[in-house]
Write a protein that binds this ligand. Structure first.
Ligand SMILES: [Zn+2]
Length: 179
């Protein structure tokens, strides 16, 4: 059995060998296949360690982390879109139910005539409100131009016209209900 020491130790040593040690190691490696195998194996291992890209796992990790962030953002946006869609749908459904209920109750209720009258009254009220608004604008623009006496006459005339119109409308509404 060939003595492998100190050659094995020299092969794995981190310090540089002296010229005499190197010569002894070289002659031993020529005779000993075991130490030759260790020498080539160790050299290959060192080459691979030096060539190994140490940053590669970090880069892969960074890419995966970035992908996770993007995926999270997409998921969040998708969730927000669904939330907006759901709220809009709920609002539309509530409106549809309300309108449907109104239509059904006006069709099915025995007092649907009263509902019709109520609708006419609401319409008249809206028309009166609009007329008031138009009247206010007219008063503002004419107040400076028209003398006080004529102004009072105009207001009385307008009130008379509006009263006449309201009476006509209420008669029409009552006729509509009686039909
Ligand atoms: Zn040996």
């Amino acid at each position: 059995m060939m003595p492998h020491q100190p050659f094995e130790e020299w092969l794995l040593a981190v310090h540089d060998l002296s010229a005499a040690e190197a010569a002894k190691l070289e002659s031993h490696l020529r005779e000993c296949s075991s130490c030759r195998a260790l020498a080539t194996g160790w050299a290959e291992a060192e080459r691979r360690l030096e060539a190994a890209p140490l940053l590669a796992p970090t880069e892969g990790f960074a890419e995966r982390w970035q992908a996770t962030l993007v995926a999270r953002e997409i998921a969040q946006r998708r969730w927000q879109a669904w939330l907006v869609f759901g709220l809009s749908l709920a609002g539309a459904l509530a409106l549809a139910v309300l309108l449907g209920w109104q239509v059904l109750s006006s069709l099915l209720s025995p007092a649907h005539a009263a509902v019709g009258l109520l609708q006419v009254m609401v319409w008249v009220a809206a028309a009166v409100a609009a007329a008031q608004e138009v009247g206010l604008v007219l008063v503002r623009s004419l107040a400076a131009l028209v003398p006080p006496g004529l102004w009072i006459a105009l207001v009385v005339g307008a009130a008379a016209l509006i009263s006449l119109w309201l009476i006509t409308m209420s008669r029409y509404a009552i006729q509509g209900v009686r039909q």
